[in-house]
Design a protein around this ligand. Structure first.
Ligand SMILES: [Zn+2]
Length: 133
């Protein structure tokens, strides 16, 4: 279990935050936990996790090589979760608004997204990016 800080900047050790989700020893109970663990998967280069947590219908189109290259080419510096709606353990869907910061070719960039999550057979999945209102 890793005691270094979690890449998702929760303030918790990696081993007490996203690591159990990335290794499959636990499943995220909320949309925010899934969102955070997907960010950590980018930061750690765990591309298979990004595919596994994608809504099943979209998994066949997942571009492993392009995603792996994007994850590896950037240096992931932090995550801010701005807003969560629903996405609690008792919900069936939810949204998370977040900003992920990363260095790309020496420039600090921000990826801001309103993500839609849905639950299927008790498991949370990332569905798609929604337009922000
Ligand atoms: Zn985390």
């Amino acid at each position: 279990m890793s005691s270094s800080p979690c890449p998702c900047k929760s303030g918790l050790p990696f081993g007490a935050c996203c690591e159990p989700f990335l290794t499959g020893s636990a499943m995220p109970q909320t949309a925010e936990q899934l969102m955070r663990s997907r960010y950590s998967a980018f930061a750690k280069g765990k591309i298979s996790y990004l595919k596994e947590t994608l809504w099943p219908k979209f998994q066949p189109e997942f571009d492993f090589a392009t995603t792996a290259k994007w994850a590896a080419d950037n240096h992931w510096t932090g995550l801010s979760v701005m807003k969560c709606e629903r996405g609690e353990p008792t919900d069936r869907d939810g949204t998370v608004l977040f900003e992920a910061k990363y260095l790309a070719g020496g420039a600090l960039k921000t990826h801001r997204e309103l993500s839609h999550f849905r639950k299927k057979s008790g498991r949370w999945y990332y569905v798609e990016a929604l337009p922000e209102e």
